[in-house]
Design a protein around this ligand. Structure first.
Ligand code: S3P
Length: 218
């Protein structure tokens, strides 16, 4: 291992990750996307921000986090908005901010877990973007959200009960998304690869990237 901290194995994987096939696939996705946004939806803990950031990096597109934009517009954290003004006020701000952000494609846009439940927001996403539901199971979601305590919906009551209720309410609506990608407990880049493959198939620019890439990894 040299100064870079990369072992030969990680170097091979990194090179493979940016293989010609993958680069070609990503370039085709970018081209086919036009001005549309790639919109990540799903429950708290689904990995929308982490996956979205990496996906944007792979595609060389801007990344936007709707919650961060809502906080910037309000000059308050989401926790403060909920505490001071209530959820309905937050939802109205969320609808407006996402409508504005969707005018700014192409980009990768991560939305808060409740955003897609608003019919106007769903219609706007449909009109200006491609929606991807990052679908994770209860155990994975709870493990991920337990790492931080900034989510007001989980601050009231038992997180497992809240999450189960939200899954029952929201999963049938999330299922309307253009694409569904499982968000398992694997490195984020694996999920990003699955998202890229799903996008390529949806946009009709599918490449056999995975098959060829595997050959290069010893
Ligand atoms: C919410 C999810 C949060 C945030 C707010 C409400 C929800 O975003 O928008 O706390 O209703 O599920 P994340 O999904 O990014 O945690």
């Amino acid at each position: 291992m040299g100064d870079s901290g990369l072992t030969p194995t990680t170097m091979t994987l990194r090179l493979a990750e940016h293989s010609k096939d993958r680069e070609q696939q990503l370039a085709q996705i970018r081209q086919s996307l036009g001005p549309r946004s790639i919109v990540l939806i799903g429950l708290m803990g689904a990995g929308k921000t982490a996956v979205g950031r990496r996906l944007a990096n792979w595609l060389d597109l801007p990344f936007t986090d709707a919650d961060t934009e809502i906080e910037a517009a309000a000059g308050q954290s989401i926790k403060e908005i909920f505490a001071e003004h209530g959820e309905a006020y937050f939802r109205e701000g969320e609808r407006k901010v996402i409508a504005r952000l969707l005018e700014g494609g192409p980009q990768v846009l991560a939305t808060g877990g409740g955003a897609y439940m608003n019919p106007e927001t769903r219609a706007a996403i449909q009109a200006h973007g491609i929606s991807i539901w990052l679908k994770a199971d209860l155990r994975v979601l709870l493990k991920r959200v337990s790492r931080r305590d900034h989510r007001p919906l989980l601050a009231v009551g038992d997180p497992e009960t809240v999450m189960k209720t939200l899954m029952a309410e929201r999963n049938p609506v999330y299922a309307e998304a253009d694409l569904i990608v499982e968000s398992h407990e694997v490195p984020h880049d694996v999920i990003v690869g699955a998202v890229a493959d799903a996008l390529a198939a949806k946009l009709g620019c599918d490449m056999p990237a995975r098959k060829r890439r595997r050959k290069k990894v010893q």
